[in-house]
Each structure stands twice: as C-alpha cells, then as structure tokens.
Design a protein around this ligand. Structure first.
Ligand SMILES: [Zn+2]
Length: 138
C-alpha cells in the first residue's frame, strides 16, 4: 500500500475509525511508529521518545493492549519527552477521543443509566471515559 508522509495535522485527526472499530495497531503503523510487544518490568506500556518507539507488555490481554497502545500513541503523536502528569492526561484524552465514538456515546446516554454501564459498553476504562468527558467539556 502507498504511504504518504504524515504531517502534524494528520496525526491529530487520524484516518482511522473511532470507537470500537478503532485499531491502534493500524494507527501506529500509519504513523510509522514501531510497536514492540515484550516483557516489561512493571509498566503496561512505554513510549520511548529517544527511539520513537512504543513498547507494550506481553503480559496484557489483547483488549488491554489495545487500550494501552492507544494511550502510548498519544505520547508519540504529541511528542512527549517524559511522563509528567500533564502528559499522562493528554495521552489519555488522545486515546479516549479515538476509542470513543461520539455517536455511540450519544446513543448510550439515551438508555444507559450509570457511568459503569456506559464504560462497559464502550469497552474502555473509567479513567479513559472521564478523560473523554473532560476533553469534550474543555
Ligand atoms: Zn502515559
């Protein structure tokens, strides 16, 4: 497949599906960010700014890897040099905006009574869901 060089603007609005159809593996590939799955001492995932590479723990289940990778891509796209709290928040918001489809969420608000149900239906974590809500309010 032909790959055109990505500019900064393209990175922020990726040409990938949002919500459940979002595939961070595909997204990382589009961005040209190598992802290595391997044993990690304690982290679930790591963005290595000096190598422009993402490491994902091989101990995670596939669904967890998807969420962790979505977050690490945020660090990569935003070119974070470290993991200070502000950057963690930004990476969560980036991940949440890809993992959560606004239409799907609007639908859920119609019938799901509490946050726990919404989070479960979206297939994300409470932390990511809250990051999404905050990013929408900003
Ligand atoms: Zn992080």
């Amino acid at each position: 497949m032909l790959r055109t060089p990505t500019r900064k603007l393209d990175l922020i609005s990726p040409k990938t599906s949002r919500g459940r159809a979002y595939d961070p593996w595909d997204h990382a590939d589009q961005l040209g960010i190598p992802v290595v799955v391997r044993r990690l001492r304690s982290a679930h995932g790591l963005w290595m700014p000096e190598y422009g590479q993402i490491l994902i723990s091989d101990r995670l289940r596939v669904g967890q890897q998807r969420l962790v990778l979505s977050h690490e891509i945020g660090h990569g796209v935003l070119m974070h040099p470290d993991d200070r709290p502000k950057h963690e928040k930004q990476a969560d918001q980036f991940a949440a905006q890809n993992l959560i489809c606004p239409d799907e969420l609007a639908d859920l608000y119609g019938w799901a009574s509490d946050e726990r149900k919404i989070v479960a239906e979206l297939g994300v974590t409470t932390r990511l869901f809250r990051a999404y809500v905050l990013s929408q309010a900003a």
